[in-house]
Design a protein around this ligand. Structure first.
Ligand code: HEM
Length: 153
């Protein structure tokens, strides 16, 4: 049996080829990842509903904030959800509590921007439960950057 017809040689050649391919392809430096420029970290502060509305991802500051049960979350990294084209863009820059409680992304569910903060008093037990589940979701995923306070005028 010649070296070319011996199947052991073919198997050895295959193994050698596989090892060299892995060795050389691993030594190629991968291109640097493309990232959005990092925005400075937000300092914890108070936001009125009107101030919060500036952070809806459509205005000059492209950061996206929303409030749940009085806490303001930075949801910028969830831009796919809350950006202008996202399915939950209605919550961007708003107190999302009532919409989350009622499982509705209808803008009419949210309280007006220039009115008092929603006290969430007339929710069903089930809705209150849904809201606290959402609050836990946001706590675990996003940074709390502030507190929702009443409008000043
Ligand atoms: C039509 C039915 C719906 C479908 C198929 C759907 C689908 C989804 C999916 C796939 C996610 C991503 C889950 C993840 O990766 O963590 C998500 C997240 C979410 N959904 Fe829905 N959804 C629906 C209805 C709703 C409604 C009615 C609301 C209104 C309260 C809502 C609010 C949210 C929120 C706030 C998130 C979390 C986004 C985040 O983590 O920042 N969804 N949904």
């Amino acid at each position: 049996m010649s070296a070319l017809t011996n199947p052991i040689n073919w198997i050895l050649a295959g193994v050698l080829g596989y090892i060299s391919y892995n060795y050389f392809s691993a030594s190629v430096t991968p291109p640097p990842p493309t990232r959005r420029p990092k925005q400075p970290a937000l300092v914890f502060k108070e936001y009125t509903p009107k101030e919060l509305a500036q952070f809806d991802g459509r205005t000059a500051d492209t950061r996206i904030l929303l409030a749940v049960q009085g806490k303001v979350f930075d949801v910028t990294r969830g831009r796919n959800f809350y950006g202008p084209e996202g399915p939950y863009g209605n919550f961007a820059g708003r107190d999302a509590s009532r919409g989350l409680a009622k499982n509705s992304f209808d803008k009419t569910v949210l309280v007006p921007l220039d009115g008092p903060i929603d006290k969430l008093e007339n929710l069903e037990d089930e809705e209150k439960e849904a809201l606290s589940d959402w609050a836990m979701h946001f706590e675990s995923k996003y940074q709390v950057v502030g507190k929702l306070i009443e409008n000043k005028d």
